[in-house]
Ligand binder design. Sequence first.
Ligand code: ADP
Length: 655
Amino acid sequence: MKKINTILIANRGEIASRIIRTCKKMGIKSVAVFSDADRDAPFVQEADVAIYIGESSPTASYLDQDKIISAAQKTGADAIHPGYGFLSENVTFATRCANENLLFIGPNPKAIEAMGSKSAAKTLMSEHKVPIVPGYQGEDQSVARLSKEAETIGYPVLLKATAGGGGKGMRIVNEAKEIEQAIASAQREAKNAFGDDELIVEKYIASGRHIEFQIFGDQHGNAIHLLERECSIQRRYQKVIEESPSSIMNESLRTEMGEAAVKAAKALAYDNAGTVEFIYDDQSGDFYFLEVNTRLQVEHPVTEEITGLDLVQMQIESAQGFPLKITQEEVKGNGYAIEVRLYAEDPANDFLPVTGRVLRFDVPMVEGLRVETAIESGSLISVYYDPMIAKLIVWDETRQGAHRKMQYVLRNLVCLGTTTNQNFLLDLLNHEDFQKGNYDTHFIKNKMQLEASCNTENDFLFHIATILFGWNQREKKRNLLKSIPSGWRNNFNDYQYETFNEGEEEQRVNYRFNEGQFIFPKEENNNIVHLIEATDHSVRFELEGLQYTFQIAQNGNNFFLQNESIGTKALVQKNRFPVKEIEKVQGGYEAPMPSQIIKVLVAEGQGVKEGDALIVLSSMKMENTIYADADGTVEEVYATEGSNVEANFLLLKLK
Ligand code: ADP
C-alpha cells in the first residue's frame, strides 16, 4: 500500500474542479496543470498548486505525457488522476506512471488495454458469457469481407471504429448499396481520430436504450456494481441527459444486468471505477454489452447522488490498495437523480459546437441541485476543448419531483453570451414522452423539433427588453443635453426604431419615449411600457399591468436575453450606422466555425459532383466534412492541412 499525499490532476475544466474538491475533503494536496487557454480557469485557482504545461492545443499540453510526468515530479506529486478524456484511457501513460513510481488513479493498465479495442473487448466479453451485439469483429478488414459480414448479420448494420470512442467513425448502413462508401468514410474518420482505421460490424438495434452500470473493483479481487444509469437521450451518439434509476428497470432486470456488469469487471480483474455500457433492445427485451469505459464517467454524479458515495474518494482509496468498504448488498439506491449537460452548441444547426464568451453565468439556488462547471462569468468557450459549459444534477425522492426541479433550474439559469442548448434541454424535460420514460436513443432525432423555434409570440417582449436596455445604456453614457431624454425629436410624430435581424429577415420595431413612459405601437395598439428598473445586466418593465424581468448580456450587436417564463433568445440588432457587409465569394466554401483543417480531399482543377466531400475539418473534438452543393471544378484551394482557421475563413472556391 502506498500512501497518497499529493495528486496531480492531468485534466482541466469541471472534472479537475470535481477531483480537487475530493482531494480537499481527504486532506490531500492537489496540483492542477494548465495550458495557455486555461491560465485563468477556476480549476487552476482552486488547486493548491498550479503548473503551466504548454500551449492550448491538447497535444501540446493535456495530452503531452512527458510534460505531465515532469510536472508531477517537479511538484512532488505521488499520484496522477487523469479524469475523463485526454490520457484517462491511455495504456502507455498508465504504464509510464507506474514506471515513474507515480500511482495512476484508475484501473490496471491491462484492463485499459483489454478494453481499448472494441473488437478485443467483445471477444473477451463473449468468452466470459457477457452477451454481446451480434456482429463481426475479425482481423480481415477487406471491403469484401466487411460487406459479406454485413450481409450475414442483416441490414441495417452499424460500423464502428475498433479504436473508437465518442461516436466517431460510426456509420449506420441501411442497405447493401451504401456499404462501400460507408466503410470508406468510417475508416477515414477513424484514421483521423485514432490513427487506426480498423472497423467492426454490428447488428443495428433499431430501437435501443443505452443503459450502463457503474462498476467498482479493488486490488483484492472484489468487484461490485453501483446500479445503473440510463443515457438514452443522445445526439450524435453523445449523451445529453443521464438519469438513475432507469424508467424501464425492474429488480429482476437490474439483477441480471448488474450481474453481467460484475462478470465483465471480474473478467478484467477490474480494480477501480469503471462503466459497463449496454444497449437494451426495446423490442426483444434483450441487452448486449457495448463497451467498458475504464475511467470515471462524465455522468458519475448521478450515481453519487442516489448512492451517497464519493466515487473519486473510492478511486483514490482503491489506487492506494485499500479494499472496497461496501458489499453488493449494501449498495442501495435512494430516490432519483438526473443530470443534463449544458453545452455551447446550436441545436438548430445540427448541434454544431459554438465558441464565445459566457458573459454571465448564474445558477439559481435550488435544494438538491448540484452544479459541476468549468466556467464562471466571463469565461471563454474556446475552440480547443469540448464545449461543455456545465453539468446540472438534481436529486429528488421521485422522478417527477426531480424533473420539476430541473425544469425550474433550466428556466432560471442565467447563461448568456453564446448560443447554448438551454432552451433545448428545457424542451426535452417538458416533453411528455420523456417524462413518461417513453424513449429510445433516437428520441432527439425523432421527437424533438430542432429548427430554431418558429414561435415568435414572445418576440415583442424580447424586442422591448432589448430596446429599453439599449436606451438605458445610451442614457447613462450621454453627457450632452442631459435634460432632454435620448431619442427626443422635434417632430413628435417621428418614431425611434431599432431593426433586428431574424435570419434572412429584418424586423423593425418602432417606439417613442414620452413623459416618462415608452410607447411601442403594434398592430393598431399603442402599447404603453413603463421602465421600472434597468441595470447593466437586466431590465424590468411593465406592460398591461404585468411585470417582466429580463437578464441581458450584450456583445457588440448581439444581445442575449433570458426570462424565467419565456426562455432565452439571442437577438442581433442591426447597426444604427451600417457598416459595409463582407461580400460572400461566389462558389466559395467557408469554415462554419473556428477549426483545424484535417484533410483537403480535392485539388485545384479537379471536377467535383454535388455531394462530394471537399474538406474535412475538426473543431471542439468534432469532425465536420464540407460537401459540394453543386457540380463544378475546383478553382482555388486556400485551406492547408494541419492549419487552424477562424470561422468564415474561405476554404476553397468552386467554378
Ligand atoms: P463510443 O465508444 O463511440 O461511444 P459506443 O459503442 O459506446 O460508441 O456507442 C455509442 C452509442 O451508439 C450508444 O450509446 C448507442 O446509442 C449507439 N449504439 C452503439 N451500438 C449500437 C448498435 N449496435 N445498435 C444501435 N445503436 C448502437
